[in-house]
Write a protein that binds this ligand. Structure first.
Ligand code: SF4
Ligand code: SF4
Ligand code: FES
Length: 252
């Protein structure tokens, strides 16, 4: 007899495939698990911790934890929601996030999760870090003020583009987005317009030069529906068919 592969997530039965993490199985079942640093095309790095769930009283990252039969997983309780909220507030305080003037406002996954979790204020004093901007590349502009250090661009570069362009350097408060080039500038790197790495940033850090502020209010990714319905999407995926939803494993 074949073993039934499923676990429960907030009392809902979730089937899984061998090798799935809890997050991957939940996504396939159409259940949204909050996340920022996970993308289905790349290895999980477990850095943002927004996907925290509880298993037998232990808090684990759903993007890293392997799905197993019989697991009883809790995702939504007040403790975990509060934990996610504090992590988000820390991310806002660590960078310089001035949403009203940001061109990805309304299509930003960090902002959308903040709305979803009912964030109303910073909670932590903002660090106001001094970070350089980089306008040296003909196709992209980098505003490192908004980097949340998810390393999606780094993983996309090494795992899919097979050329290193972006990486994270430093530690703690001094963590920075760095560029692989002699000058440290994107214009001197091997970055190209169609690199996957240039099209995975969940916030407004790596920005295409064309189409600034092109999406009118009302047509941005999260104007009509919250992220737990839409899933983690970028504005360049917004015109994609509706099948690219939270229950579709192809969405990120
Ligand atoms: S990247 Fe997102 S959270 Fe940061 S300023 Fe832009 S819209 Fe706001
Ligand atoms: S530039 Fe974007 S994708 Fe890269 S680490 Fe920063 S937030 Fe993540
Ligand atoms: S999505 Fe799991 S730690 Fe970021």
């Amino acid at each position: 007899m074949t073993e039934k592969r499923s676990f429960t997530l907030d009392q809902q039965e979730i089937p899984f495939q061998p090798g799935d993490s809890i997050l991957q199985a939940a996504q396939r079942a159409g259940v949204y698990v909050p996340h920022l640093c996970f993308h289905p095309d790349f290895s999980a790095n477990g850095s943002c911790r927004l996907c925290v769930v509880s298993i037998a009283g232990k808090t684990v990252a759903a993007c890293h934890y392997p799905a197993r039969s019989g697991l009883q997983v809790t995702m939504n309780n007040s403790r975990l929601q509060q934990q996610r909220l504090r992590l988000l507030q820390l991310l806002f305080a660590e960078g310089n996030h001035f949403c009203p003037s940001c061109e990805v406002s309304g299509s930003c996954q960090l902002q959308a999760l903040a709305y979803d979790l009912g964030m109303t204020h910073y909670h932590y004093d903002p660090f106001y870090p001094q970070r350089p901007r980089d306008g040296s590349h003909p196709d992209f502009f980098i505003d490192t003020d908004r980097c949340i250090f998810c390393d999606l661009c780094g993983r996309a570069g090494t795992e899919q583009d097979h050329k290193p362009v972006y990486r994270l350097g430093g530690r703690g408060e001094q963590t920075r987005l760095l560029i692989y080039s002699a000058s440290g500038k994107l214009g001197d790197s091997r970055a190209a317009a169609d690199d996957k790495a240039a099209h995975v940033c969940p916030v407004g850090c790596i920005l295409p030069r064309e189409g600034h502020y092109r999406d009118p209010i009302g047509e941005r990714v999260y104007d009509a529906s919250p992220i737990h319905w839409v899933g983690n999407r970028r504005r360049d995926q917004h015109a994609a068919p509706a099948a690219d939803s939270a229950g579709d494993p192809s969405h990120d």
